[in-house]
Design a protein around this ligand. Structure first.
Ligand code: TXA
Ligand code: MG
Length: 321
């Protein structure tokens, strides 16, 4: 059976919501990356997500809601500091990890006492959740550990027969996943993402960042993740390019650079070094390079501020160890 792809419109979103209600799987756009969604309260449907994504059962899934009232279905004892961030950044690319309610299936939270929740800002995602009349559990719509999908073409090969519908809304605008922040005893950023640390600190003051993969506290903090199926190395200084073999290599530059020559394939993250544009293009550029006939991909490091922190987090996890 060929995979079913429909352009996003009222009708296709309604159809997708019917699929979610019946326990099926839908791939849908969010402002960050495409998600692979199921009814968060249907254990069998959520189990299918793990199966088709080849995701280990100990890695919990983010639950997506479309209105603040739905938070009550999922969480209790929400710390005031978390509410401050919710007020400022929802709907948007911020996921909060808070104490879960008993009714949230263990398969969603991997048995943890917490649940990760986010309210996306993408109008298609919001409409789908509303029409489904249930929160939607959705990881990124890629095979576990591989590159995240920011365009439908990134998804199609991976999930040929295993999802019921893909809603096509073109490229996702932010291009890196949501920021994940936990509120167990104090706020800790588990994954830098679409809302920057600078923006968060303006609202709640200094926060700790624990995306150092040595002792994962978020089950999803694996050392290798977001990886293309080619070797990948980060280049910290362009002067390092002098010493590498370029004939069979690809290069991903931060900005357009005229004087880089000799690579088999070159891609740019942005025209003039804009970090938002770079984040938006990150996964599509990596998809293009992995699908080309290069043996290795060299990537120029980007400044670690603003969305640059999320970009470098993904690149460090994608780097061949
Ligand atoms: O932007 C996004 O967040 C996208 C879109 C589709 O919403 N979703 C996404 O989901 O990136 P996923 O599953 O690829 O990444 C979710 C991360 C994982 O690292 C997971 O371990 C972590 O969130 N996570 C989920 N629930 C958690 C929990 N209760 N405690 C700690 N970490 C959690
Ligand atoms: Mg993911």
């Amino acid at each position: 059976m060929p995979i079913k792809i429909l352009k996003s419109n009222e009708q296709s979103i309604k159809k997708a919501a019917e699929i979610i209600k019946k326990g099926g799987l839908v791939i849908f756009p969010t402002e960050t990356v495409y998600g692979l969604g199921a009814d968060a309260f249907n254990e069998k449907a959520v189990a299918k997500i793990f199966e088709v994504k080849k995701r280990p059962k100990f890695d919990p899934i983010i639950v997506h809601i479309a209105d603040i009232n739905s938070l009550k279905l999922l969480a209790t004892n929400i710390p005031p500091v978390a509410l401050k961030l919710i007020e400022k950044f929802w709907p948007g690319p911020l996921t909060i990890v808070i104490p879960k309610r008993k009714g949230v299936p263990d398969i969603v939270t991997a048995g943890l006492p917490t649940v990760a929740v986010r309210m996306p800002s993408h109008p298609v995602a919001l409409k789908l959740i509303k029409n489904s009349q249930t929160p939607i559990a959705a990881p990124s719509a890629n095979i576990f550990g591989k590159l995240s999908p920011t365009e439908p073409s990134h998804i199609i090969k991976e999930f040929k027969n295993s999802v019921d519908l893909i809603i096509d809304n073109g490229k996702t605008p932010i291009g890196v996943e949501s920021t994940v922040i936990s509120f167990l005893d104090k706020p800790v950023i588990l994954r830098p993402g679409g809302v920057t640390i600078e923006e968060i600190e303006k609202v709640i003051g200094k926060v700790e960042i624990k995306n150092t993969y040595e002792n994962p506290i978020s089950p999803g903090q694996f050392k290798t993740h977001y990886a293309p199926n080619k070797k990948l190395k980060i280049i910290n200084s362009l002067s390092d390019l002098k010493n590498i073999k370029k004939e069979n290599a690809g290069f991903l530059a931060f900005k357009k650079r005229k004087n880089i020559k000799g690579f088999k394939k070159i891609e740019f993250l942005s025209k003039n070094g804009n970090l938002n544009e770079a984040a938006c293009n990150l996964f599509s550029a990596l998809h293009k390079l992995q699908n080309s006939d290069v043996d290795i991909i060299y990537v120029e490091a980007v400044p670690q501020k603003g969305l640059g922190l999320a970009i470098m987090d993904r690149l460090k996890k994608a780097e061949t160890k």
